[in-house]
Design a protein around this ligand. Sequence first.
Ligand code: KIV
Length: 264
Amino acid sequence: MAHTVLTLQHYKQQARKIVAVTAWDYLLAQILDRAGVDLILVGDSLGMVALGYETTLPVTLEEMIHHAKAVRRAVKDAFLVCDLPFLSYQVNPEAALANAGQILKATGVQAVKLEGGYPQLVLTVQRLVQAGIPVMGHLGLLPQAVHRLGGYRQQGKTPATAAEMLEQALALQEAGIFALLLEHIPATLARTITEKLTIPTIGIGAGHDCDGQIVVTADVLGLSEKWPPFVQPYANLRAQVSAAITAYAQAVRGNAPASPPHPL
Ligand code: KIV
């Protein structure tokens, strides 16, 4: 079934958890979509997992478009969202509209995501939504603000910062976001925000009470060299890929039996 913003809202009303993952290329996106996930995010974490940058800050609009196009060619059913990269939306609402519009036109994704909830950004969200662009919010740990935050640290731990985050969540909802990603915040705060909002929350490192969960796919598959402590890997593909390539190399070099032919 092809997902829309309405499907995701309906899932919240039905208390059916939303399953979300990230993707950065055609092959992976095809596997994830056929596995039946509800939402695929072309996240700017691709800068780290696919391009080898230290942070998400160097990622460009052109790089996001390049990867989102590849993912779009694979995805049939999942709702497809693309991150707006650092400085493509913070400068002013008109530049944000031009950049978000370019992503939608060039790639065919259904929505964009941006980080933060300060008052000027809420106005930008309003501008995009009024122009017809679905926007997903992102509060808590904001990777594009890693230097201001002093590292990838849990956010919203004090009563004051928790209250500010709830206020920002409500303002973003009022501005028209269709869903809100909550990253690395206390589970109690994520539960409160989830209960107060009518739109779905999707958590990562934010406890079990959000309306859905998202994960960077390289982390859940055990492909990354290191992954955040709040992510549970469900496979160890890094070791499996390494073992398969080692076996292949041995066979090519003639000191091990060749693997059996492919069943097809
Ligand atoms: O870019 C990304 O992968 C994200 C994660 C928090 C899911 O935004």
